[in-house]
Design a protein around this ligand. Structure first.
Ligand SMILES: *[C@@H]1O[C@H](CO)[C@@H](O)[C@H](O)[C@H]1NC(C)=O
Ligand SMILES: *[C@@H]1O[C@H](CO)[C@@H](O)[C@H](O)[C@H]1NC(C)=O
Length: 257
């Protein structure tokens, strides 16, 4: 082994453990290639076999990864929904990190803000057909029918918005429930606890991975403020709302009369 000059360090350290193996292989190879063409050919074949093995392992690995947690294969297993083919997506970089800025949905209750929330929630229910509910995998016993035909249904995003709105009503209970009795308060607590649980499940399900960081804005603050420039892939709200409006049983019932 000492005949290989570029790997001739001592054999005490971890580095040398590697060097020893490297030099041994190099040494064997040289010996075999000197021994004749047949042995050289065997080495090439061994190399090709190893390469093929690597490719097979790689292919198995890739197909397994797709089966276990690849989003595309999981998407095939999620429940069908009549809205899914209508949803469009876009990049959204809107963040609510500035506490002094209000949108039409936030801030202290005003008539404009109440109107915005009412308009947002208006298409909450849609008129589902029996076939749609069966295709979605719903339980079909004791379904709530809609007057004029069809069955009452809603989609997840509206259930969650409903929960947010109820929490908002409670946050401003002096405005929305000025004369709340103890019994009403007890009922609301139960409902809102369920709402928080609904939102927890959805938030954890969607696992938002956007980065937020913290920065000192003013020297008088005792903790840094949240900031984010992250871009997310979001549903275009219009695409969902237009579908929901088109399926509203109220609208159809009105146009019928
Ligand atoms: C709440 O009670 C006050 C006084 O008892 C009454 O004037 C007011 O109309 C009540 N508000 C509602 C929303 O019931
Ligand atoms: C609901 O949809 C069905 C068709 O699936 C229709 O026959 C019925 O009139 C609709 N009902 C309402 C209240 O819009």
């Amino acid at each position: 082994m000492s005949s290989i000059p570029f790997l001739s360090r001592g054999d005490t350290s971890i580095d040398d453990e590697e060097s020893t193996q490297l030099s041994k292989r190099e040494y064997d190879y040289q010996e075999k290639s000197q021994a004749g063409e047949y042995k050289y050919f065997t080495w090439t074949r061994a190399y090709i076999v190893l390469l093929n093995l690597c490719i097979v392992v790689l292919i198995i690995g890739i197909s397994k990864a797709g089966d276990s947690d690849g989003i595309s294969s999981l998407n095939n297993r999620r429940s069908w929904s009549p809205v899914q083919d209508f949803v469009e997506y876009e990049i959204n970089e809107e963040h609510s990190t500035d506490h002094s800025k209000h949108t039409k949905y936030s801030g202290f209750p005003t008539p404009e803000q109440n109107a915005a929330w009412s308009a947002l929630m208006k298409p909450i229910f849609f008129n589902a057909s029996f076939d749609e509910l069966r295709r979605a995998g719903e339980s079909l016993e004791n379904l709530a029918a809609v007057k004029g035909g069809g069955y009452a249904a809603t989609i997840g995003v509206y259930h969650e918005l409903h929960c947010l709105r109820q929490l908002r009503f409670y946050l401003f209970h002096k405005t929305y429930y000025p004369n709340m009795t103890q019994a009403q308060e007890l009922y609301l607590h139960g409902h809102l606890d369920h709402c928080i649980e609904t939102l927890r499940l959805t938030i954890m399900c969607h696992g938002n991975t956007a980065i937020y960081s913290f920065a000192w804005e003013e020297s008088k603050l005792t903790k840094p403020a949240t900031q984010s420039n992250s871009r997310s892939v979001c549903a275009k709200w219009n695409s969902i709302e237009n579908w929901a409006r088109s399926r509203s049983p109220i609208r159809k019932a009105k146009s019928d009369t």
